[in-house]
Design a protein around this ligand. Structure first.
Ligand code: NAD
Length: 277
C-alpha cells in the first residue's frame, strides 16, 4: 500500500482504490463539482456518492470534465430505502435514474444503502440483474451486520462483494472483520473520522505527534492497515489533500493495538438494527 492509487481486488477481480472521497452532505452544483475536481487533481480515483445525497449530477459532471479516462475512476452510488421498500422494479428504476444523473454508462459499485427489513432479498435480486447486465462492475451492501450478511447469503446463494459500514476506532467490529475475510467481502468504512469526533480522542492526537502526521491521517492509516477501504469527506482542498497523504508512513503493530483498544462499540450514526427511515 504505497500510493493513493493503490487498490484492493474484489472477489470478481475488479480493482477498488483503498482511498476515496465521500460526498455525503455536499451540495450539488459548484460545491460537489469543486471537491471532486480537487480530489481528482490530487490523485484520488474513487468517489462515493448515493441517490439520497442529491449530488450525483455534480459528481458526474466533475468526473466527465476531468479529462481522466472513465475507466480510471471508481464511482460508487447506492439505492435508497424508498426504492428498496417499493420492490424490485423500483430498484431497477432508481438505478436508471442514478445513471442518468451521473451521465455515465455504468457505475463501478452499486450498493443497497441500508438493510430494509424483509426487502433486502428482492432488492439484491434487482442489483444482481444490474450486475449481469454489466451496468455495475461490482455490487454490494451497506450497513449490513453479520446477521444481515448471513441471511442474504443463505437466501440468495450469492455473496456481496463489498460491505460499507460505520467503522472507526470506536466501533471496530471484529466479528464483521472476521466474517468478511472468511467470505471474501471487502469492508469499507464510512465516517472514518467519526464525522469529526475522532479529533477529541487523546491517543489519536498523541500518535499524530509521535508520527509527525495529523490526527485524520492516523485514523485513516489505521483503517488501511486493517485492510478497510476509507472514504473520508471534506469540502476543503487542503483537507482533501491531507487525507490522502497516508501512504508514506506505517503505524507499528503496537500502536495499531493501542488504537484497537479504543473500541467501545460506539457509533456516530444509526445502528443498522434500529434505523427507521
Ligand atoms: P467523516 O468521518 O468522513 O467526517 C467528515 C467530517 O470530518 C467533515 O465534514 C469535516 O468536518 C471533518 N474533516 C474531514 N477531513 C478533515 C481533516 N483532514 N481535518 C479536520 N477535519 C476534517 O464522515 P462522513 O462524511 O459521514 O463519512 C464519509 C463518507 O462515507 C460520506 O461522505 C459518505 O460518502 C459515506 N457515508 C456512507 C453512509 C452509509 O450509510 N453508507 C453513511 C454516512 C456516510
Amino acid at each position: 500500500m504505497g500510493s493513493i492509487a493503490d487498490t484492493t481486488t474484489l472477489a470478481n477481480g475488479v480493482k477498488m482504490p483503498w482511498l476515496g472521497l465521500g460526498v455525503f452532505k455536499v451540495a450539488d452544483g459548484p460545491q460537489v463539482e469543486n471537491c471532486v475536481r480537487w480530489a481528482l487533481e490530487i490523485g484520488y480515483r474513487h468517489i462515493d456518492t448515493a441517490a439520497i445525497y442529491g449530488n450525483e449530477r455534480g459528481v458526474g459532471r466533475a468526473v466527465r470534465d476531468s479529462g481522466i479516462p472513465r475507466e480510471q475512476i471508481f464511482i460508487t452510488t447506492k439505492v435508497w430505502n424508498d426504492a428498496v421498500r417499493a420492490g424490485r422494479d423500483a430498484v431497477l428504476r432508481a438505478f436508471d435514474q442514478s445513471l442518468q444523473k451521473l451521465g455515465l454508462d455504468y457505475v463501478d459499485l452499486y450498493l443497497i444503502h441500508w438493510p430494509v427489513k424483509e426487502k433486502c432479498l428482492e432488492a439484491w435480486e434487482a442489483v444482481q440483474q444490474i450486475y449481469l447486465q454489466r451496468r455495475a462492475r461490482a455490487i454490494g451492501v451497506s450497513n449490513f451486520l453479520v446477521h444481515h450478511l448471513d441471511d442474504l447469503r443463505r437466501h440468495s446463494g450469492t455473496t456481496p462483494m463489498v460491505d460499507q459500514v460505520e467503522f472507526h476506532p470506536r466501533v471496530l467490529q471484529r466479528d464483521l472483520i472476521a466474517y468478511c475475510r472468511q467470505h471474501g467481502i471487502q469492508l469499507e468504512s464510512w465516517a472514518p473520522l467519526m464525522q469529526g469526533e475522532i479529533f477529541k480522542i487523546p491517543l489519536i492526537n498523541e500518535l499524530a505527534g509521535k508520527y509527525g502526521k495529523t490526527a485524520a491521517q492516523i485514523a485513516l492509516r489505521w483503517l488501511i492497515q486493517h485492510q478497510v477501504v476509507a472514504i473520508p469527506k471534506s469540502v476543503h482542498r487542503e483537507r482533501i489533500a491531507e487525507n490522502a497523504a497516508i501512504f508514506d508512513f506505517e503505524l507499528s503493530e503496537e500502536d495499531m493495538t493501542r488504537i484497537d483498544a479504543l473500541d467501545r462499540n460506539q457509533r456516530v450514526g444509526t445502528h443498522p438494527d434500529h434505523f427507521d427511515f
